[in-house]
Design a protein around this ligand. Structure first.
Ligand code: PLP
Length: 380
C-alpha cells in the first residue's frame, strides 16, 4: 500500500552532514548544553544573515524561548503593552503573555498577509503614553512583512521592533535578510521549519550586549562566582551540543532548501493557473523574496462552484495527504477573548479561505502526482 503513505505538510529533510557533527559530539563526549557544535552553528547562522557578519546569534531551545528573552530584555511587564500581528502562531504571543503584558492585536494587509502598517499606525496613535514596549511583526510562510513601513512607525514612536522571523530564514526584503530587521529577531528550527534541529531556535541582534545578556539569562542567570550565585531569575534555554550538530549540517543545505521550496511553489502555481477562485500568497514586487516555506492558497467558494477550503482539506486528508488551514488569528482565540484588535477583517478572511499545501523540500515526483491527482478530482 505504498500509494497510501502519508504525505506531510512539511517534514524534516536531512542534508547528510548532520550525523557526522552529532557523532563528533559523541566521540568527544561533548553531550552537554553548549560546546563546539553550538558555536559553529551560531557562526553559520550569523554568516548566512550577512556576509560582513555584523549580527550576533545565540542558539536556544526554541523560537518561543528566543522571543521570550527578547520580551524580557525589553523589560516588558504586566502594565505594559505589545503590538503583535494577530495572524500568527501562538509562539509569538506566548512570549508576551509569559510576562503578563497586554497584547494589542494588529490585522494583516492583503499584499503580504502580514502586519498592516495602517492598522499599526492607528493603534500606536491611540496608545500614545500607554507603555507600548514593543511591536512584533511576523513573516508568515516565508513572506517578508512590510518592514520599511513598520519600522518607520516604530521609529516615529521610538518603540523597538521584535521581529518574529521563525518562518522566514532564507527570505529577504530589499536585499536584507529576514531575521535582521528587529532590534532583536527570533528564528526557529522546529521540526517542520525550512531547516530543523528537531527543536530549537535562535535570537539574533546587531547589538552584542543583547546577545550576551540572552546567553546569561538562558543559562539560569548565573553570576560570576565559583559557587552558584543568582541576583536575577533566569531560564534553561540554551541549545544542546547534540542538536546543534544537526543544525550545522542543516545550515550547509539551507540555500538548496530555499530553491526546493520555491520550486514547489512554482509547481502549484502551474497546476492552478487555469482554476477560478484560487489565489496564492505572492511577493508583491521584486523587493520581496520569500522562501515560500509553505505554499499557501486562498480558496474562494463563490468562484470555485462552492468548493471551500475545508472541502479541499478533507478530500486531501481522505487520500492521506496533510494540508492545514492558515493560522487562526490570535484575537479570535478563546485565551485572548476580549483583547483589543485593530483592523478590518483581513486576517479573518485569510483564515476562512486559506490552506497550506504540502511543501516539504523532500517531496518526490510520485507524491506530487498523488497531490495533483487528488486536487484534480476535487475540482473537476
Ligand atoms: C515556529 C514559530 C515560532 C516559534 O517556534 P518554536 O516551535 O518555539 O521554535 C514562533 N512564531 C512563529 C510564527 C512560528 O511559526
Amino acid at each position: 500500500m505504498a500509494e497510501k503513505n502519508k504525505i506531510w505538510l512539511s517534514s524534516p529533510h536531512m542534508g547528510g552532514a548532520e550525523e557526522k557533527y552529532v557523532k563528533e559530539a559523541f566521540d568527544t563526549n561533548w553531550v552537554a548544553p553548549l560546546g563546539p557544535n553550538v558555536n559553529q552553528f551560531e557562526l553559520a547562522i550569523t554568516e548566512s544573515l550577512s556576509l560582513d557578519k555584523i549580527y550576533h546569534t545565540a542558539a536556544l531551545t526554541s523560537g518561543t524561548a528566543a522571543l521570550h528573552l527578547a520580551v524580557r530584555m525589553l523589560n516588558v511587564e504586566a502594565e505594559d503593552t505589545v503590538m503583535v500581528q494577530s495572524f500568527t502562531f501562538c509562539g509569538s504571543t506566548n512570549s508576551v503573555s509569559y510576562e503578563g503584558a497586554e497584547i494589542v492585536f494588529i490585522d494583516s494587509e492583503s499584499d503580504t498577509w502580514n502586519m498592516c502598517p495602517e492598522a499599526l499606525a492607528k493603534a500606536m496613535a491611540d496608545y500614545q503614553g500607554k507603555n507600548v514596549k514593543a511591536i512584533m511583526p511576523v513573516h508568515l510562510y516565508g513572506m517578508p512583512a512590510k518592514m520599511d513601513q513598520i519600522q518607520a512607525i516604530a521609529d516615529q514612536y521610538q518603540v523597538p521592533v521584535i521581529e518574529d522571523a521563525a518562518e522566514a530564514l532564507g527570505s529577504t526584503f530589499n536585499g536584507q535578510a529576514c531575521g535582521t530587521f528587529g532590534l532583536m529577531s527570533a528564528l526557529s528550527f522546529n521540526g517542520n521549519k525550512i531547516i530543523t534541529t528537531s527543536g530549537g531556535g535562535a535570537l539574533v541582534s546587531k547589538h552584542k550586549d543583547y546577545i550576551d545578556r540572552a546567553r546569561f539569562l538562558a543559562t539560569q542567570a548565573r553570576d560570576e562566582a565559583p559557587h552558584y550565585q543568582h541576583s536575577q531569575i533566569g531560564y534553561n534555554y540554551r541549545m544542546s551540543n547534540i542538536v546543534a550538530g544537526i543544525g550545522r549540517g542543516q545550515m550547509e543545505v539551507l540555500p538548496e532548501r530555499v530553491k526546493q521550496r520555491r520550486a514547489n511553489n512554482h509547481r502549484y502555481r502551474e497546476f492552478f493557473k487555469d482554476f477560478a477562485g484560487i489565489t496564492f500568497q505572492t511577493e508583491p514586487n521584486a523587493n520581496y523574496y520569500s522562501t515560500y516555506w509553505l505554499t499557501a492558497i486562498l480558496i474562494d467558494p463563490r468562484l470555485t462552484g462552492g468548493i471551500s477550503r475545508e472541502d479541499v482539506r478533507l478530500a486531501l486528508e481522505a487520500e492521506n495527504i496533510e494540508s492545514r488551514p492558515l493560522w487562526k488569528p490570535m484575537h479570535l482565540q478563546p485565551v485572548y477573548e476580549g483583547a483589543k484588535f485593530y483592523g478590518s477583517g483581513v486576517c479573518e478572511k485569510l483564515f476562512e479561505q486559506g490552506l497550506c499545501l504540502p511543501s516539504g523540500s523532500n517531496l518526490t515526483q510520485e507524491e506530487f502526482d498523488r497531490i495533483f491527482k487528488a486536487l484534480s478530482r476535487i475540482f473537476n
